[in-house]
Design a protein around this ligand. Sequence first.
Ligand SMILES: Cc1ncc(COP(=O)(O)O)c(C=O)c1O
Length: 429
Amino acid sequence: MISSSRAMRCAVSVDPGEFMPQLDIDPSSNRPAYARWLRHSNDITQQFLAIGGMADFISLGGGLPAAELYPLKAIQSATERALSHWGTQALEYGPVEGLPALRDAIAQRMSKRLKGRFTSDNVIITSGAMQSLEIIGKVLIDRGDCVVTQHPTYVGALDAWRAREPTYVPLDWRDRQGTLCSDLRQSKFVYAVPNYSNPTGVLVPTSERVHLLACAARAGVWVLEDDPYCALHYDGPAEPALMTLDCAGLGGGAYAGPVIYLGTLSKSIAPGLRVGWALADASMIRMLTLAKMASDLSGSMFSQAVAWQLLQDDIESSHCVRIVSAYRERRDALCAQARAELSEWFEWEVPPGGMFVWMRARDPRIDTDVLYRFAKEEKVAFVPSSVFYHAGQLNNAMRLNFTRGAPAQLREGVSRLARAVRRYLNNHA
Ligand SMILES: Cc1ncc(COP(=O)(O)O)c(C=O)c1O
């Protein structure tokens, strides 16, 4: 279903609506116009980062970890030791591609975790995975180039590439029509979040990953694998990464395949570190370094020094055990409450990992763009499905986050949402 209200919102001169940034367009002004891509943007992520800090609001919206579980003491201690170790170097500009010791540490960790052979030449450190997405857009997308992505897909990736004006083709993992290879042939790269996808929580089976890699190899395209949720598994481990499957088919040499793997410390330690990385063929890393140079000159050496120390301390392993158990309980609490209060109007699968439940409306009257307004009045937030499509195509689903709130808060959030649905259907449908 095409959302006509969404099309209106994209036209800056009309009602800006819920998700448009305030562009301050004054028709009587003779200043030059803002760039065209802003008309197709939205500010949903900015709204969720703001709502996350409002005390009376329950946010089932953002993709935020539980703040009360951050390993604050371990980070405090790592910061002191990192500053002693690195001294003023931690306060300098650093190499564009990142602190060499951190690149080494990531290469070693990734070699072990992904069962490949990586050196620091295969690694660039970025400000979260988000900056990797942005610089990959700079390196690969010319205006009108095609990207094959999951539909729905991560809104941050759409945001990162919006100014480059790509076209999109849906990634059909099961390849029901047998068209995946030809779809890929028309594209520069395929973008996927196969482990507990954002927004759907789906864990893609190994057979479908293998098929995608085979088609990508035949088509000769890059494969961008974004993997922030791999450690957050609640019902058994994640499937092997595309990078792992690709390495298995190579000999023992340094990695030179088509997969660009993105990792981050945001979900497994804390997003405030802003430390992520891309792992790829060394020539791709050189291109990404050129693109990054014009983005930020140098990432924060301070954060990278602290991240290096945290990896030396192996904080991630022990911290993940703690958060996985807490998040499993939260997922179960949210899903149980939703079964009691939302199942008349929505259906969903319980996600085996990650941070999100994807709820599809059973009731055709429900437009989640409109429901979002009623939910805000009840002081609860979710993310409407339209923002996960490049043209806002589908407005009959919503993404709920279960990691940010304690179980009681999540249950209250779902009850508020049920009240919002009831009021919406009574008044507007
Ligand atoms: C699929 C996906 N990729 C990338 C990111 C960005 O993560 P980072 O905090 O590392 O920039 C997120 C954050 O929610 C995400 O869900």
